[in-house]
Design a protein around this ligand. Structure first.
Ligand SMILES: *Cc1c(COP(=O)(O)O)cnc(C)c1O
Length: 944
């Protein structure tokens, strides 16, 4: 059987059944009616013929074989670490974890919320700060977020600037510079060994250790900065904090960094989870998602995303950041690494690395090299006048990559897998002999003496058996794609095939450091070039960058390109972006981040862009218009006829057209944004191109552009040249290819589907959405069907009248769907009081019918409330979801039978999922915000 037949849910006969339900005799006929002819692609995409699973894996293996895996001691933000097999197999390679969605619906997400809370607690304990978020995209962007956060939070210092450590990681300096320049925030790169700079300092960013490994006493700098009214961010190596005094205890306000070395492979640069922790009082300004503890309907502790969870949708351009997808799966893995090793295990690893670094230092000093600094953790820098190239080459002969700092300096970072043999070979190659360390102990005044990670979770799971069962117990609490369809509109939760996933674990792909010499990464280059070409062909643009590591960071990159283009043309006044009111919240947040203003455009009653209002806005903003951001098909799930006209109007006004490509799953092989009027689009490879959602990341958000914008795509200016200049345009992520490690998934998907398979994916996605719309519209009106009464690849079910009549809300329906074993559709986006359903092409007719049946039953349950049989308060809907504990309680005083609570449809008797908690009090959790792991007593059965 071909891969596409495995990828598509409906089988041949089922497709016919669905078509006849809709009154069509062929799929082609249906698609002709859905997609406006003026944007329709004629002919097929030019892609290679589809490969079978086996052939595709062989081909990608041939690319992997072109990479050369060395022992990586380059450091610079990426360190050698060992992924415990129990974590790789039971988390990273386990669909129960990687196919789950961002935990907006907390009752079906308690497992991953607990895992993320473990991550947060690890970060809080090690940084000594009381609040940490559940991951950011990478260390460099996390540091940029900190710079912006300090700017916003420090109201005392007006019109000030921030100073960043000249010894911050090179990629951090580049990304921070780009962000600050976009927002016109003044800053200085400072050598802090000379003290703090003069002037109105609102913030300071210190690197601990410095990129060349030096461990310094940063306490005096922090003290002075605080005395001068500045806020302080420390970019800290989390593992070093198992030994060194925490930034929090030194008075820092913010700590940021990477958790890559907590068990995650290099992956040629990503994905890895960055962290950010802040002091009390700053939690409401913290970017990204944050897990908090609340209570469920029975008063039991329960986890949920807290505070600014959906704030891009609510606050749009005023949001604290544009971060939506982050690095949840990687954070879960890093947190599990901390749980598995515990504080003493982490400390032992850190001590071993330090000791090995000291041994290598001792041996190489004996050969005549001198140390750049005597205090280091795992990274040692050597003076070697005129010999850097020679030493790097010699190390390579021993199979080790080390880092050249300059013609006269080298640097190397010791990692967890570097065995005696490896260290020995390295030292021998450099002319020395490995022995015991002489000196180089970390200064005792810099060592931490406090206790950390004392919570039981960091002590209970030392044996692999107990760890395996803990991970299984957590994932059993969750609903992911391995149990049910996840019909989330705008999120495209399609199959993430095992054959697509497997290659990402291969050492030949996973073991490559992003800064290796080009000849060691030939396989990566071939794979990335080919994937780039395919995506260019699919979108109809001319060039693409795979650097953005989320959709929102793709938006930011694309908007920066638009801004740079206008500036190059002398149009510096073009700083306003028109954004339809129905747009995804990240659109406006990204515009703000790119230093652009936002003007809303109204939505017409049929859900399309209100062209009259657009014309009025164009008139009003004239030559200040930078461009428009539209989503196509729109967030309302319709292919708008006038998209070509909209693009034309904006072009005529001198603006650029940004087409948000998150909905590309509706148009692969059918229409191309680069051809119907777009100048730039981001794609979501974690939606359309089969990268799993990971519970909230990783993502890849490539930005594709027309030829005129190509030179403004994010660049590779990660290291300054001899004059201190960085190549423009500046990068927007910390690695050239962002989350490279998951690109093989999309490569495999396209290689196995081919042009026809991609088109079929979109066609079946459209068919499935229309089938659901047709079956349910008699009960739930479908908003915004096109002129033909058809929708695109998703449909919006309008519950507002039912809510008015019954008091039962769309949220009640989401919770009740859990009792039927379903993940809820997208709630109240883009229209409040509605549910947006996107089935994707991967669901079988039986699964679609199971969902339809659940929605029909739920409608009948709502009808009982409307009829006055039961009040909304007491109804089975408001009381949902029902835990096994509630349903089996000895007392039962509810107006509906237990069987209706738990088994409302017969099929549930064969396959039943119970949520582990009842409905969670969201508002209460925000009022009393807690993000620490609750003490064990909180779960005490006697106390509850
Ligand atoms: C998902 C989505 C985004 C944001 O993508 P992230 O990867 O979550 O940052 C932007 N626009 C639309 C329409 C989306 O559906």
């Amino acid at each position: 059987m071909s891969f596409i037949d495995r990828h598509l849910g409906p089988r041949g006969r089922e497709t016919e059944t669905m078509l006849s339900t809709l009154g069509y005799d062929s799929l082609a006929h249906l698609i002709d009616e859905v997609i406006p002819s003026n944007i329709r692609l004629d002919g097929d995409l030019d892609l290679p013929a589809p490969l079978s699973e086996l052939e595709a894996q062989k081909k990608i293996a041939s690319y992997a074989a072109q990479n050369q895996v060395k022992h990586q001691m380059i450091g610079a933000g990426y360190y050698d670490t060992i992924t415990p097999a129990v974590i790789r197999r039971n988390i990273l390679e386990n669909p129960g974890w990687y196919t789950s969605y961002t935990p907006y619906q907390p009752e079906i997400s308690q497992g991953r919320l607990e895992a993320l809370l473990n991550f947060q607690n690890t970060v809080m304990e090690l940084t000594g700060l009381p609040v940490a978020n559940a991951s950011l995209l990478d260390e460099a962007t996390a540091t940029a977020e900190a710079a912006v956060l300090m700017h916003r939070a420090n109201r005392k210092v007006k019109n000030g600037f921030f100073a960043i450590d000249s010894r911050a990681l090179p990629q951090t300096l580049s990304v921070v510079r780009g962000r600050a320049e976009a927002l016109d925030i003044p800053f200085e790169v400072t050598d802090f060994s000379q003290g703090l700079p003069e002037g109105d300092l609102y913030g300071v960013i210190l690197a601990a250790p410095g990129h060349d490994g030096e461990v310094r006493d940063i306490e005096p700098l922090i003290k002075e900065a605080k005395e001068r009214g500045a806020l302080v961010t420390v970019a800290a190596d989390l593992l070093s904090l198992t030994l060194l005094t925490s930034p929090g205890s030194l008075g820092a306000d913010i700590a940021v960094g990477s958790t890559q070395r907590f068990g995650l492979p290099f992956w040629y640069g990503g994905p890895h989870a960055a962290y950010m922790a802040v002091t009390k009082g700053m939690e409401r300004n913290l970017p990204g998602r944050l897990v908090g503890v609340s209570k469920d309907s029975a008063g039991k502790p329960a986890y949920r995303l807290a505070l600014q969870t959906r704030e891009q949708h609510i606050r749009r351009e005023k949001a604290t950041s544009n971060i939506c997808t982050a690095q949840a799966l990687l954070a879960i893995a890093a947190g599990a690494y901390a749980v598995y090793h515990g504080p003493e295990g982490l400390r032992a690893i850190a001590n071993r690395l330090h000791d090995n670094a000291a041994r290598v230092a001792t041996a190489l000093v004996a050969t005549g090299l001198t140390l750049v600094h005597e205090n280091f953790f795992d990274t040692v820098a050597f003076e070697a006048p005129g010999r850097a190239d020679e030493l790097v080459a010699k190390a390579l002969e021993a199979g080790v990559n080390i880092r050249k700092l300059s013609a006269d300096r080298i640097c190397l970072s010791i990692g967890e897998s570097h065995s005696e043999e490896v260290l020995d070979a390295l030292v021998n190659a450099l002319g020395g002999t490995l022995d015991e360390a002489e000196g180089y102990e970390l200064p005792s005044e810099l060592l931490r003496t406090d206790d950390y990670m004392s919570h039981p979770v960091f002590h209970l799971y030392r044996s692999e058996t107990s760890m395996m069962r803990y991970l299984r117990a957590l994932s059993d609490k969750d609903l992911a794609l391995d149990r049910t369809m996840i019909p989330l509109g705008s999120c495209t939760m399609k199959l993430n095939a095992a054959a697509e996933m497997e290659p990402i674990s291969w050492p030949e792909l996973a073991g490559i450091h992003p800064n290796v010499p080009a000849d060691q990464a030939q396989g990566w280059k071939a794979l990335i070039d080919e994937l780039s070409n395919w995506l260019v062909e699919i979108t109809g643009y001319d060039a693409i960058s795979l650097q953005p590591n989320s959709g929102a960071s793709g938006e930011y990159a694309g908007l920066r390109a638009i801004r740079a283009y206008h500036e190059a043309n002398g149009d510096t006044q073009r700083t306003v972006v028109l954004i339809p009111n129905s747009a995804h919240g990240t659109n406006a947040a990204s515009a703000a981040l790119a230093g652009l203003g936002v003007a809303g455009v109204a939505t017409a009653p049929d859900g399309s862009i209100d062209v009259e209002d657009l014309k009025a806005k164009i008139e009003k903003y004239g030559d200040t218009i930078a461009g428009i951001m539209i989503t196509y098909p729109s967030t309302h799930g319709v292919f708008e006829e006038q998209v070509v006209e909209v693009c034309q109007l904006v072009h005529d006004a001198g603006g650029q057209v940004y087409v948000d490509g998150a909905n590309l799953n509706a148009q692969m092989g059918l229409a191309q944004p680069g051809k119907f009027g777009g100048d730039v689009s981001h794609l979501n490879l974690h939606k359309t191109f089969a990268i799993p959602h990971g519970g909230g990341g990783p993502g890849v958000g490539p930005v594709a552009v027309g030829a005129h914008l190509e030179k403004y795509l994010p660049g590779n200016g990660f290291e300054a040249d001899a004059e201190g200049n960085l190549a423009a345009p500046l990068p927007i992520s910390q690695a050239m290819f962002g989350s490279a490690g998951v690109l093989p998934i999309s490569w495999m998907y396209i290689a196995m589907t081919g042009a026809e398979g991609l088109r079929e994916s979109s066609e079946i996605a459209i068919l499935s959405a229309n089938y659901i719309a047709k079956k349910l519209r008699g009960l739930y009106p479908v908003l915004y069907a096109g002129e033909t009464g058809l929708v695109a690849h998703e449909c919006i079910l309008d519950l507002r009248q039912l809510t008015a009549d019954s008091g039962i809300t769309a949220e009640d329906v989401c919770k009740r769907l859990m009792d039927y074993g379903f993940h809820a559709p997208t709630l109240s986006f883009p229209v409040p009081g509605t549910l947006m359903v996107e089935p994707t092409e991967s669901e079988s007719l039986a699964e679609l019918d199971r969902f339809i049946e659940a929605m029909e039953h739920i409608h009948a349950e709502i009808q009982e409330v409307i009829d006055g049989t039961v009040t909304a308060e007491e109804s089975v809907l408001r009381q949902a979801p029902h835990t096994a504990e509630v349903v089996t309680a000895d007392e039962w005083d509810r107006p509906y039978p237990r069987s209706q609570a738990a088994y409302p449809v017969p099929a549930l008797r064969l396959n039943k999922y119970f949520t582990s908690v009842g409905r969670i009090d969201g508002a209460g959790g925000d009022r009393n915000f807690v993000c620490e792991c609750p003490p064990m007593e909180a779960f005490d059965l006697e106390a509850n």
